[in-house]
Structures are given as C-alpha cells and as structure tokens.
Design a protein around this ligand. Structure first.
Ligand SMILES: Nc1nc2c(ncn2[C@@H]2O[C@H](COP(=O)(O)OP(=O)(O)O)[C@@H](O)[C@H]2O)c(=O)[nH]1
Ligand SMILES: [Mg+2]
Length: 225
C-alpha cells in the first residue's frame, strides 16, 4: 500500500515535469493488472482513439518476450518508432516499482527520438493483483481487471483495485457467458475506491474505449494546463 501516500498530490505537479532542455515532458500513464485482463487491448484502443489529437508513445513490459509490443506493431496502432519493449526478466512488478531505470530510460529515449510527446502509455507485464507503479515512473495509473477473472475481484481489492487513479472493469460483454454480476462488480469497486473513478468497458463494441479515452484527455489537459 506504499503507493497510497501521495494520493492527494495535485494531479499536474511533478518535480521533474521538465526535460533537461527545459521543454515539458509527456504525461506518463501506467496500465497494470492481471495477465489477460485487456491491458494491451486497451493501449491499442487508446492509441486509435487519441493518436490524431496527441503525440503518443508506448512502452510495454514483458517477462521474457516482446509479445505486447509485437501485437501493437502488427496492429499498427502507432508508427513503429513510437513503440518500445522492455524485457523485465522474472519479476515484472520490479521493473515498474522498485528498479524503474529500464522503463525510465525507454521513456526518455522515446522523448529524444520521436518527441515532443503529449502522452506515454506504460504497460506493465501483468503478474498479479498487487503490482502497482512507482510514482517516479508514471504520473497516473490505470488498473485493468476483467469480468472473466471473477466478480469477487473488486470486493477482494488489493492496492491496484483500491488506489489506481482509474479502475477499468473490462470485457463486460463476457459477463453473461461467465456468470459475472456486473452490478455487483460496479458496487464493490465503488465501495473499495470511494471517490476514485471506475469504468465498465467492453472493447468488443464500437468505440469501446471512449470513456477511458475521455479520462486520459482530462489527464493530458491537467498536465499541460
Ligand atoms: N470479449 C472481450 N475480449 C477482450 C476485451 N478486451 C480484451 N480482450 C481479449 O482478451 C485477451 C487478452 O487481452 P490483452 O490485451 O492481451 O491482455 P493483457 O495481458 O492484459 O495485455 C485478448 O484475446 C483480447 O482480444 C473485451 O473487452 N472483450
Ligand atoms: Mg499485455
């Protein structure tokens, strides 16, 4: 729960908001959550929804492969030079929380090579419900769970569910097939999170990431204000 302290920090203020050359760096948003919940699919949908408006880059974290980056490249959600993979080795949460140097270097290299950027999305190599990002790496974090993972996840909580700046309950289209109770998931998520927002999402429909894209627009606006 150590990431919860600076919850009340002003959204748009960070000590290192400027790059060494004095220009403003991109706002960095992390996406965490269990394997298969839909992080990469959400990154892809956000790139499609926002790439005409903003200059975007993506960093993916995979344990031993570059599969997430390769998916995004195949889908051509952004030009290839805007997508970087970090291979994290055994403990994916370490690379986004404890030793963030490889990720910071990837973000900074992207800003050097294809910047100026408005937004960098950092996808964690999902391992479990407790993997949260260091505030030194990202300015805001999205936690992605899905209805197929069980409708008791919002109630059981954990730091990702309870404290992420945005919780996405993804794959709502699957609820009838897996017997998940969406209303209960939404109510449990709200109870665990207080005022923090929850987005119920299905990427199978048209414009499925619309609500989350709107939230990201708000973060970019706050950052650049
Ligand atoms: N039915 C359904 N499938 C989804 C949705 N979002 C993602 N998926 C699928 O779920 C699988 C895992 O998604 P992925 O983004 O790779 O998960 P990640 O491991 O969290 O990055 C893929 O086959 C996606 O196509 C959704 O909203 N509905
Ligand atoms: Mg992924």
């Amino acid at each position: 729960m150590h990431l919860d302290h600076d919850h009340d920090r002003p959204a748009a203020v960070s000590a290192d908001a400027r790059r060494p050359d004095g220009s403003r760096r991109a706002v960095r948003i992390g996406l965490g959550g269990p394997v298969g919940s839909g992080k990469t699919a959400t990154v892809a949908a956000l790139c499609r929804a926002l790439r005409e408006e903003f200059s975007i880059a993506v960093v993916t974290n995979d344990i031993y492969t570059r599969e997430d980056a390769e998916f995004l490249l195949r889908e051509a959600v952004l030009p290839p030079e805007r997508i970087t993979a970090v291979e994290t080795g055994a403990c994916p949460h370490t690379a986004i929380r404890d030793d963030i140097s490889a990720n910071l270097e990837a973000v900074e290299d992207l800003e050097d090579e294809v910047g100026p950027l408005d937004l960098v999305l950092v996808e964690s190599g999902g391992d479990n419900l407790t993997a949260t990002f260091s505030k030194g790496l990202v300015d805001a974090q999205i936690f992605v769970i899905d209805v197929a993972g069980g409708d008791d996840i919002p109630r059981k909580g954990g730091p990702g569910v309870a404290t992420a700046d945005l919780l996405i309950v993804n794959k709502t289209d699957l609820a009838p097939h897996v017997g998940s109770d969406l209303a209960r998931m939404a109510a449990d998520a709200k109870a665990a999170r207080g005022e923090l927002p929850v987005a119920m999402q299905s990427l199978r429909g048209e414009d499925g990431a619309r609500e989350v894209a709107e939230w990201v627009r708000g973060r970019i606006a706050a950052w650049t204000a």
